[in-house]
Design a protein around this ligand. Structure first.
Ligand SMILES: C[S@@+](CC[C@H](N)C(=O)[O-])C[C@H]1O[C@@H](n2cnc3c(N)ncnc32)[C@H](O)[C@@H]1O
Length: 277
């Protein structure tokens, strides 16, 4: 096999839209919804130890200018803003951007600027005020052309690039893999993982540091109705039959804990980082 001939960017480029097509509600619409953005923000407050650990490993100092791509509600951008000179948050999704703006205003932060665009639509010279000492993309690689996305990260950075991504099937992908044949009669296509990303970087002459870690993924629901609402917002549930399939599945996978229904699993993540030449 001539593995040297595999274009890993093509692999990424095929898998991202394929996942977005099979993701019936669409990955983008997920973060456009305010409820989902709020739930993400609450969950990230619950796993603040991991965020603290991430902040400890990121290279920044008081004079740093930081770019946070796909900043979400500001899990990293907000604590970073308190410790650096300036943070630019790129966030295309309406729900996430709303929660980010709410957090910024409630906390009286005045050194975060927000750009509401997808990374692939950003013109680094026109839309940003680079270069940035540190460029971060944390679990936000929803870009089909990852090579071009990385080239733009390099263009925007004067020193460090830190990417966080997934290894193996994520807990939410596992649900989709299990449910899709019953809900829609098709198989679910999972998104590209860190193996593809590493190969793209390697092909670009970038040999990054990689660190693997495990993160507990927990979702807590006060009732089955709340759980059904949450999963309905992720999938397209249109018939009584689909409703019954989802309910049966959730009865199987959610566990009772102190009167609540809990989804608890581990997901494997990676930190991929390098210093610009
Ligand atoms: C799982 S959240 C992560 C938020 C934050 N970076 C963190 O680590 O807590 C993923 C975020 O990436 C954003 N995102 C996805 N695709 C993107 C793209 N192509 N360009 C910019 N942001 C994107 C989503 O809108 C969402 O806010």
């Amino acid at each position: 096999m001539e593995y040297g001939k595999i274009d890993w960017n093509d692999v990424w480029n095929e898998l991202v839209p394929a996942q977005q097509m099979t993701d019936k509600a669409g990955a983008n619409s997920l973060w456009n919804k305010r409820d989902n953005a709020e739930r993400f923000w609450k969950r990230s407050q619950g796993s603040s130890e991991r965020t603290k650990m991430t902040l400890r490993e990121l290279p920044f100092w008081s004079g740093s200018r930081v770019l946070d791509i796909g900043a979400g509600p500001g899990r990293l951008a907000i604590p970073l803003a308190k410790q650096v000179e300036h943070v630019t948050a790129v966030e295309p999704a309406e729900g996430m951007k709303d929660i980010l703006m709410k957090n910024i205003s409630e906390l009286g932060i005045n050194n975060i600027s927000c750009v509401r665009k997808r990374w692939e639509d950003i013109d680094v010279d026109a839309d940003l005020k680079g270069p940035y000492d540190l460029v971060i993309a944390s679990f936000s690689l929803g870009m089909p052309d990852i090579r071009e996305a990385i080239q733009k990260m390099e263009q925007a950075s004067s020193k460090y690039i830190y990417i966080y991504w997934f290894a193996g099937t994520s807990p939410w992908e596992t649900h989709s893999v299990n449910l899709w044949p019953y809900l829609y009669g098709t198989n679910y296509t999972c998104g590209p993982k860190c193996d593809v990303l590493y190969n793209v970087l390697y092909g670009m002459g970038i040999f990054p540091d990689i660190q693997t870690f495990t993160l507990e993924y927990t979702n807590i629901f006060s009732s089955m109705d709340e759980a059904m609402d949450f999963f309905r917002s992720r999938y397209v549930i249109e018939t009584q039959e689909q409703e019954a399939i989802l309910l049966d599945y959730l009865r199987d996978v959610l566990i009772q804990e102190n009167g609540q229904l809990v989804e608890r699993s581990d997901s494997t993540r990676v930190r991929i980082c390098w210093e610009k030449n």
